[in-house]
Ligand binder design. Structure first.
Ligand SMILES: Nc1ncnc2c1ncn2[C@@H]1O[C@H](COP(=O)(O)OP(=O)(O)OP(=O)(O)O)[C@@H](O)[C@H]1O
Ligand SMILES: [Mg+2]
Length: 126
């Protein structure tokens, strides 16, 4: 389950995400669609803790990162989130012989020894 509440991200004066409220339930499959530069990657980077939040909060499976929390608290929570999520990047670090799903699951299956079937079940593929 992923929720963002009032998620805002600025790069200097450029406000890329403004008050984004988003809710994704377990087994939902969601597509972010928009023109180049509209902030799709920035939203994903915020969810994975690759960007500091300028405002609002994110919640992933009960772990909350709020922009008002001290940075050390936010960073600890981001680590928790990273232990249960997968992200692949747009232009690099992909395994060409694997599917999108295979790439996303790689870290969880190889590093965390998570069951492939369990993961596929979690995203509604079984
Ligand atoms: N690290 C950064 N520093 C400054 N500006 C940034 C940074 N990262 C992204 N931006 C800006 O934020 C805006 C959104 O970029 P983002 O990469 O999220 O768009 P996108 O929707 O993923 O685009 P694309 O479809 O081309 O992948 C753009 O104006 C981009 O220049
Ligand atoms: Mg992008």
């Amino acid at each position: 389950m992923i929720t963002t509440t009032g998620l805002t991200k600025r790069f200097q004066k450029n406000e890329v995400l403004t008050n984004i409220d988003l809710h994704v339930d377990a087994k939902d499959i969601v597509v972010l669609l928009g023109p180049s530069g509209s902030g799709k990657s920035t939203l994903l980077r915020c969810l994975n803790g690759l960007e500091e939040l300028s405002g609002g909060q994110i919640e992933v499976n009960g772990v909350v990162v709020n922009s008002a929390d001290p940075l050390r608290v936010q960073r600890a929570r981001v680590l928790e989130i990273r232990r249960q999520t997968g992200m692949v990047f747009q232009q690099f670090n992909l395994y060409p012989h694997k599917t999108v799903l295979g790439n996303v699951m790689e870290g969880l299956v190889t590093v965390k020894k998570s069951s492939v079937t369990k993961r596929l079940n979690a995203v509604g593929f079984c």
